[in-house]
Design a protein around this ligand. Structure first.
Ligand SMILES: NC(=O)c1ccc[n+]([C@@H]2O[C@H](COP(=O)([O-])OP(=O)(O)OC[C@H]3O[C@@H](n4cnc5c(N)ncnc54)[C@H](OP(=O)(O)O)[C@@H]3O)[C@@H](O)[C@H]2O)c1
Length: 302
């Protein structure tokens, strides 16, 4: 059995609160029940990692890789059913404590309310993972409505920047600590058919580079994950096979592998994390003039 380096444990104050939230799923409002008061053994509890978008896909795999290393977890997502199933699975497999928060991270007040909840409950936060993102086949000048465009920016860009800011005091208090932002290979070059998406993901990359520099003295390491295709949904499998063919097969990865590589390299303090064969392709993309790359993507249909 593989042994993972484990989180250091230390004493902290009891957690005792409830959390009220109104969740927006795109434009539809969903009123959620207040969360139950967390029941946690706070004496000698291990530190926490917060995964924004941790109930499914890459976020769940990041959560699992952290649970293997004995981090307690806070998972945030919009849908309660998948949050509960993630919590049950992770708690029973890895014997860690998992808090769940049902919340739409694209909401303006999300970062402030989540940070307040963490501070009120004295959460010993050591790792922040900004994973939730919105992409898909519709994009700028290609069927994306103005509301969805704003939703994409709020979720992909603002949420990541805002949570990093509001949770900074806790990360600083628990340093050495880590921020893992999830971008994409699409953030390495402009992609006409994914114009907004690639622009939003490139800002996550630039943000991470600068933030890492800014937080170095505070002993907070910032990493950015830029995966190629990750098979989290059937649409991604179909699109990768159709548009990228054999190259897509080489680049595509399972979320479990991506989560494990991301966590391992984040804890080692690596800045840009590109798992698998996509790393080789990314060298080519970064080496070629942007005008050429955008034309190649344009010919491939994005
Ligand atoms: N899959 C890929 O091929 C790929 C490649 C490169 C980069 N990425 C990036 O990796 C990240 C994760 O992608 P994925 O494929 O793993 O996605 P996914 O399977 O759809 O999972 C996304 C997670 O984020 C949560 N989420 C989504 N919107 C949210 C919102 N508004 N508020 C709160 N939580 C939200 C989801 O739960 P709810 O739906 O319940 O909210 C879920 O837990 C994204 O940033 C994506 O851009 C993905």
């Amino acid at each position: 059995m593989k042994v993972y380096p484990q989180a250091d444990s230390y004493e902290r104050q009891p957690v005792n609160t409830s959390f009220n939230s109104v969740t927006m799923i795109n434009e539809e409002a969903v009123f959620s029940e207040p969360l139950p008061i967390p029941q946690i053994d706070t004496v000698n509890s291990n530190p926490f990692a917060l995964i924004a978008g941790g109930s499914k896909g890459i976020g769940y795999s990041v959560a699992e890789a952290l649970a293997k290393r004995k981090y307690n977890l806070i998972l945030i997502a919009r849908h309660k059913d998948s949050l509960i199933s993630a919590k049950e699975k992770l708690e029973s497999l890895y014997k860690v404590h998992v808090e769940i928060i049902q919340y739409d991270l694209s909401r303006k007040e999300a970062a402030t309310e989540i940070a307040r909840w963490c501070m009120d409950n004295n959460i010993p936060l050591k790792i922040l993972c900004n994973v939730a993102g919105f992409g898909g086949s519709k994009d700028y000048l290609n069927g994306l409505s103005l509301d969805s465009l704003r939703y994409m920016i709020n979720l992909n860009v603002e949420s990541c920047m805002a949570l990093s800011l509001t949770l900074l005091p806790l990360l600083e208090k628990n340093a050495p600590s880590y921020i893992l932002n999830v971008s994409s290979m699409a953030g390495l070059a402009p992609i006409p058919a994914k114009n907004m998406y690639s622009a939003s993901k490139s800002s996550v990359i630039f943000f991470s580079y600068s933030l890492r520099y800014q937080l170095k003295e505070k002993n907070i390491s910032v990493s950015v994950l830029c995966p190629g295709p990750v098979y989290t949904k059937p649409e991604i499998v179909a699109e990768t096979k159709k548009k990228l063919g054999f190259l897509g097969k080489l680049m595509a990865m399972k979320p479990e592998r991506v989560g494990e590589v991301a966590v391992k390299k984040t804890l080692k303090g690596k800045l840009v994390i590109i798992p698998g064969f996509s790393r080789v392709v990314s060298w080519v993309i970064r080496f070629l003039p942007r005008r050429w790359v955008v034309a190649v993507y344009g010919k491939l249909g994005g």
